[in-house]
Design a protein around this ligand. Structure first.
Ligand code: 4AD
Ligand code: MG
Length: 472
């Protein structure tokens, strides 16, 4: 049987041709001589209206039951749908007790659904989000394929903490019998003879592959023992990461990010799932938001780019000009940009996506390439990096050129208190034909949240995990 989406999109079947449809009953309305049900199979936001002129056929239908219906597809005289199924045969495949079933007409709260995330995919919003993740994934693959990138799979289990932020999850076998017998010292033995972590980023592995395959990318799960309980942080999230060799240009890195995101925005401008998601908001907001996203896709290139140093200047000026100060944290060169700073830059100052570049080296991980000179005569204080900040969200992407000069990389490892021996392989990449290279990482759930207007990244993934919460 075709999915409901295929059925509604495909050329009309010959009149009176019998079609079969599988799905779940979303709602049912019984009148004296006729009954109507909406059947959904999740293939699209639109359900299929089923019409029962023999009301006996509908007598065993309840909300949530899984059914197989047969009938003929006809133009619908009613408002709200173009086609409807005139049902001639009904098979209830799985009953659903309407007394117990929690998914009823009235919307369930976000909290309730977080507590019952095995049922969440049945809601219209989560269904649309899942299809949006799918089409976004496809758009991303399309963009990178068109631009000569090779998709690679990088390890989930790793020995490194790429970001050096101490947010790794350490892993071990659940039973001590599983550890290797070769370790005879008194310390607890490690399954891998080495501490093992869930990856926080594929970047270092991608660098190794890019050192031979030139242009690579991965869309992989990442894991962070985040302490921040915010609408932008998950313990398990997906990151799009690209890495490519033979670039010494921060501008080029920003261009690739910008073009990839514009491509995704254009792909989704007319998506019915985006419509379904935006419709959750008041109509005016929904229209305005869609126009806003479209304007970012169509804006003259490039999106605004400014250095960290300039960003701190404008933030500090705004803070000074605002009676009582504009920010909780006064902006100062050398301090991290707080999310209130990021939001003001994107929401108010630029009113659009903005790349902030060349942050102080001291604020960033060891692998970023030192700038030889900085504005204002500060020597080797900043790194060739960027964060992309977007309105309503703040940081969506982070990236940089990577330090390819062996001596400077060794010095950076030392500055960050990292053991050179652990990074011997990473130094090899530089010693053996090390090419200038760079890349970036984009938080997939943040992209979905930004595009869809879904408030929290927790509703941008099927089964969210965050500190204190991991169901099923
Ligand atoms: O800025 P981050 O930490 O950069 C890296 O990990 C680099 N190694 C990426 C690279 O250059 N290949 O993370 C990149 C992006 C962030 O901008 C954010 O969008 C997202 O990943 N992100 C998270 N998303 C959800 N939950 C979390 N806990 C996240 N941490 C980062
Ligand atoms: Mg970052």
């Amino acid at each position: 049987a075709p999915t409901i989406r295929q059925l509604l999109l495909s050329p009309p079947p010959p009149p009176a041709a019998c079609v079969a449809v599988n799905g779940w009953v979303k709602s049912i309305r019984r009148q004296k001589k006729v009954a109507f049900a909406v059947i959904s199979d999740g293939s699209s936001d639109a359900g299929l209206q089923a019409v029962f002129t023999d009301i006996n056929l509908a007598k065993n239908l309840t909300n949530g039951a899984s059914v197989r219906l047969q009938g003929t597809l006809a133009d619908s005289p009613g408002a709200g749908q173009e086609k409807e199924l005139k049902v001639s045969e009904v098979e209830v495949l799985g009953e659903c007790d309407p007394e117990r079933y929690p998914m009823q007409k009235q919307a369930l709260t976000v909290e309730y659904l977080r507590d019952h995330c095995h049922l969440r995919a049945r809601t219209r919003e989560i269904g649309a989000m899942l299809r949006l993740r799918d089409s976004t994934t496809r758009a991303i693959h399309g963009y990178f394929e068109d631009n000569g990138f090779i998709h690679v799979h990088t390890p989930i289990i790793t020995s490194n903490d790429c970001e050096g932020a101490g947010e790794t999850f350490r892993i071990a076998p659940s039973s001590s019998d599983a550890s290797t017998s070769s370790t005879s010292d008194a310390k607890p033995s490690e399954y891998f003879n080495h501490p093992a972590y869930l990856t926080v980023s594929s970047q270092l592995h991608l660098e190794a592959v890019a050192s031979a395959i030139s242009r690579v990318y991965a869309l992989s799960p990442c894991f962070r023992a985040e302490r921040s309980q915010t609408s932008r942080h998950l313990a398990e999230f997906w990151m799009l990461e690209a890495e490519w060799a033979f670039t010494s240009s921060l501008t080029e890195l920003c261009d690739v990010v910008e073009h990839a995101i514009r491509h995704v925005l254009r792909t989704h401008a007319a998506s019915p799932d985006m419509d379904a998601l935006w419709k959750q908001h008041p109509a005016a907001t929904s229209e305005a938001k869609r126009a806003e996203l479209q304007s970012y896709a169509d804006a003259p290139q490039p999106w605004t780019r400014l250095t960290y140093t300039d960003a701190v200047d404008v933030l500090a000026a705004h803070h000074a000009q605002t009676p009582g100060g504009a920010f909780v944290f006064p902006p100062a060169w050398g301090s991290s940009l707080q999310s209130e700073h990021e939001r003001w830059l994107a929401d108010t100052y630029v009113r659009g996506p903005v790349f902030v570049t060349d942050y102080p080296a001291a604020l960033k991980p060891f692998y970023m390439r030192l700038n030889d000179s900085d504005r204002g005569g500060k020597e080797r204080q900043t790194v060739a990096c960027f964060d992309l900040l977007v309105p309503g969200m703040g940081e969506l992407v982070g990236g940089s050129l990577r330090e390819e000069r062996t001596g400077l990389l060794e010095a950076a490892l030392e500055r960050h208190g990292l053991d050179k021996a652990d990074y011997a392989w990473y130094l090899d990449l530089r010693r053996y034909g090390g090419a200038p290279h760079g890349g970036f990482g984009l938080g997939f759930e943040r992209l979905i949240s930004w595009m869809s207007g879904i408030e929290s990244v927790r509703e941008c993934i099927a089964m969210p995990r965050w500190a204190g919460r991991m169901l099923l």
